[in-house]
Ligand binder design. Structure first.
Ligand code: GLP
Length: 234
């Protein structure tokens, strides 16, 4: 893992943009994208850049079960607001949280990922070390699956909803095995609240109880952290 420490989110987003540009120059065509507050400034930097995505593909990590793209809390809506409306891609894939047959949807999403190998994957990290919605205890060899969100993730994500009870209890998430197949992975984390997860991910044991720890086994991971998120690192 390569660790890049930055002063703040804005500086980190700019570092992320430089990496993205060099990946595109090297031929990257498929981009694995994340939601949450972490990549928002990175997406702003992309919007304000001259990068043309009209011949490129995006594949998002996850979507809530029960929400469709017109729902303001859905991840598709989030991506439209924060990136896609301003930077059109050739195609944008997200799991269909409203699919009648969710098991079939997980297989369909795996087929999409197989057909579009991810060149550049952007990740945030949950306080409990989740990546995408791969919660602690998720097998490392899993592909797309339906997830029961943990209490702590529901609480953390309640800030986007009117009340905690409105947060969906399930999601469809790309699996850890698929994330690990991405050529280059850039994980960003901001703020002290992420410091314990970052320490465990970088310096801790590789264990399914800390999903992000598997990234130690990937040979091209860049971790961009601000001072607060990096504060427990040796
Ligand atoms: C969410 C998303 C993750 C994200 C994480 C952290 O549950 N599924 O992809 O990385 O939680 O969110 P945030 O960036 O808002 O801290």
């Amino acid at each position: 893992m390569k660790i890049i420490k930055v002063k703040n989110q804005l500086e980190g987003a700019k570092v992320g943009l430089d990496i993205l540009k060099s990946q595109i120059a090297a031929g990257a065509k498929t981009f694995g994208l994340a939601t949450g507050s972490t990549p928002v400034e990175f997406y702003n930097q992309i919007i304000n850049s001259d990068i043309d995505f009209s011949d490129k593909t995006s594949i998002n990590l996850d979507e809530y079960v029960g929400l469709d793209g017109s729902d303001e809390q859905s991840y598709r809506y989030f991506m439209s607001q924060h990136l896609f409306n301003e930077k059109p891609f050739k195609e944008n894939f997200l799991p269909d949280g409203k699919a009648a047959d969710l098991e079939a949807e997980t297989k369909h999403y795996d087929a999409i990922i197989d057909a579009h190998p991810i060149d550049f994957q952007i990740l945030g990290i949950g306080h409990n070390g989740h990546i995408g919605f791969n919660e602690p205890g998720t097998p490392f060899d899993i592909t797309t699956h339906v997830v029961d969100l943990t209490e702590s993730t529901i609480k953390a994500n309640a800030r986007y909803f009117e009340c905690e009870a409105d947060v969906p209890k399930k999601a469809v998430s790309m699996g850890i095995a698929s994330i690990m197949k991405s050529k280059t992975i850039v994980l960003m984390a901001w703020g002290e609240g992420k410091s314990e997860a970052i320490k465990a991910m970088v310096e801790g044991e590789i264990t399914e109880s800390m999903p992000a720890s598997i990234l130690q086994k990937h040979d091209d991971v860049i971790v961009i952290v601000d001072e607060a998120a990096a504060k427990l690192l040796k």
